[in-house]
Design a protein around this ligand. Structure first.
Ligand SMILES: Cc1cc2nc3c(=O)[nH]c(=O)nc-3n(C[C@H](O)[C@H](O)[C@H](O)COP(=O)(O)OP(=O)(O)OC[C@H]3O[C@@H](n4cnc5c(N)ncnc54)[C@H](O)[C@@H]3O)c2cc1C
Length: 454
């Protein structure tokens, strides 16, 4: 069997190392008081189900919801190693870019337009969760603002604006006074407004989705680390304390996939860090503008992204994307990176010097060569469904859930025919090379002044 876990046949309980042992100073977890929330008990003993979903992030929760819509009577179980939303889904930047599944290279205008609908599905689905089920996740549909720090990046923005035009999407380049009306930074030379997008509190969304999924009669076991998957006509899934068999398996573990033996050297973990400031005073907000509260990002290779939070802080992340040796997962803490994010904040907004940083944390995201994700179905019995490799996943993972449910029903539509479906992921080289590459990038940053601004 091709997809055997690396824990196979060891005969004793192992856990993927270093996944959940650490304290994480995640501002979003504070807003939901995660430490005092009811976390479901683990799976114990032997069970069976019709569908087992491994991973309780957005991909897993959305898959559970969409599968339930299609199959009202199936027994669906989610196994989550920590608590729903503990992975990237509850730690991210809260950026919800509606256009991240656009098929840029598609020459056929009809198929291109269909990819727009698929791409918008994720944000629309989140809005549906809010409207129909009352999830409160501080969603603000304010659009996005991408900024350039030099000529070359301004050209990149213009190129991107022209791409968006192909999809009949409006976006405008701002410079000089017009840009200053949106945001005041001595470093920004141009900006591109994109009305298509939102900001939100991802941990509130994840925990809210958990409740809705449970209301839809889906059983969720938290604190249930899957230690081994033995695929077959009936999959056998071991956790630390129990086991379960099911004919349908959904893999929704994104950056952790390699730890279970899946997509090794094709989907690999990259670690991303963020900070949240103390709430800004009225005068501090006025000094930087940003009255329209868009999601703000820049055009550097090692870009940063920021949002204003509902309680008046700035949350900023990115700037350095770290690969740790041997595909290691982030503990959530890496001061060398968070200090760089902090440095970036005051480079952008020197007028905020002195503002306190109250939280700093990170998480692990999944990357692929070309940064294009995949969702689909695989295995000797075509009964392993998956959604992986998504670096802009807040809306797209919601769409994965729809794609997975449609594939399960056997539908042929714009979702199941989208170019990411069953896409063969390029080989990303052996771990050792990724390690060398990661070290090289760090060395350049530290020694060659791969400066924060260029
Ligand atoms: C710091 C950071 C910032 C980001 N910012 C943004 C952003 O602003 N906008 C955006 O669109 N995207 C952003 N992303 C990416 C986005 O968060 C992810 O693409 C998305 O959340 C992935 O969702 P998921 O459900 O596929 O994976 P995850 O949320 O990672 O969920 C996977 C789940 O599987 C569980 N799991 C793993 N292994 C096992 C196991 N063996 N047994 C049981 N359970 C297991 C984990 O505990 C986890 O809860 C960011 C990511 C990070 C890390």
């Amino acid at each position: 069997m091709k997809y055997f876990s690396r824990f196979h046949n060891r005969g004793h309980n192992l856990r993927p190392p270093d996944l959940y042992e650490y304290f994480v100073d995640n501002f979003w977890f504070k807003t939901i008081d995660l430490e005092n929330q009811k976390i479901n008990p683990p799976l114990r003993g032997s069970h069976t189900a019709d569908v087992v979903i491994v991973g309780g992030g957005f991909t897993g929760l959305s898959s559970a919801y969409h599968i339930r819509q299609r199959f009202p009577d199936k027994k669906i179980v989610i196994l989550e190693g920590a608590s729903c939303g503990y992975g990237a889904s509850g730690r991210n930047g809260g950026f919800c870019v509606a256009t991240s599944l656009l098929d840029w290279e598609q020459p056929d205008p009809e198929i291109r337009q269909q990819s727009l609908e698929v791409s918008y599905y994720g944000l629309n689905f989140i809005k549906k969760m809010i409207a129909e089920y009352g999830i409160d996740c501080d969603l603000e549909e304010n659009g996005m603002l991408s900024v350039a720090l030099n000529e070359k990046q301004t050209k990149d923005l213009e190129e991107y604006r022209d791409y968006l035009k192909l999809f009949e999407l409006d976006s405008t380049i701002l410079q000089g006074k017009e840009l200053k009306q949106e945001i005041k930074s001595p470093l920004f030379v141009a900006g591109l407004t994109e009305p298509q997008g939102a900001i939100l509190n991802p941990a509130k969304l994840a925990r809210g989705m958990k409740q809705i999924v449970e209301q839809n009669n889906i059983e969720i076991f938290e604190r249930s680390v899957v230690t081994r998957i033995t695929p077959g006509k009936d999959h056998h899934i071991d956790t630390e304390l129990g086991e379960i068999r099911a004919p349908i398996l959904v893999l929704a573990v994104n950056a952790y996939a390699h730890k279970l033996g899946f997509f090794q050297n094709r989907v690999f973990p990259v670690n991303v860090y963020q900070i949240a400031t103390e709430p800004l005073s009225k005068a501090q907000w006025e000094s930087i503008g940003w009255g329209n509260r868009q999601g703000l990002s820049d055009e550097r290779i090692m870009y940063s992204y920021s949002i204003p939070t509902a309680d008046g802080r700035i949350l900023m992340g990115g700037r350095e994307f770290s690969y740790y040796e041997n595909d290691a997962i982030s503990s959530g803490n890496d001061k060398t990176v968070t200090s760089r994010v902090k440095e970036n904040l005051f480079l952008f907004f020197p007028q905020l010097e002195g503002l306190r940083i109250e939280h700093a944390w990170g998480g692990t995201n999944a990357f692929t060569i070309g940064k294009v994700p995949t969702a689909g179905v695989m295995g000797d019995h075509k009964n392993i469904y998956y959604g992986f490799g998504i670096s802009e996943g807040v809306p797209s993972t919601q769409t994965f859930g729809r794609i997975i449910a449609d594939l399960l029903v056997g539908e042929s539509n714009e979702f199941t025919n989208h170019f990411i479906v069953n896409r063969k992921l390029p080989y990303a080289g052996p771990r050792i090379l990724r390690g060398m590459f990661g070290r090289g990038v760090k060395w350049m940053i530290n020694n060659l002044g791969f400066s924060p601004i260029h």
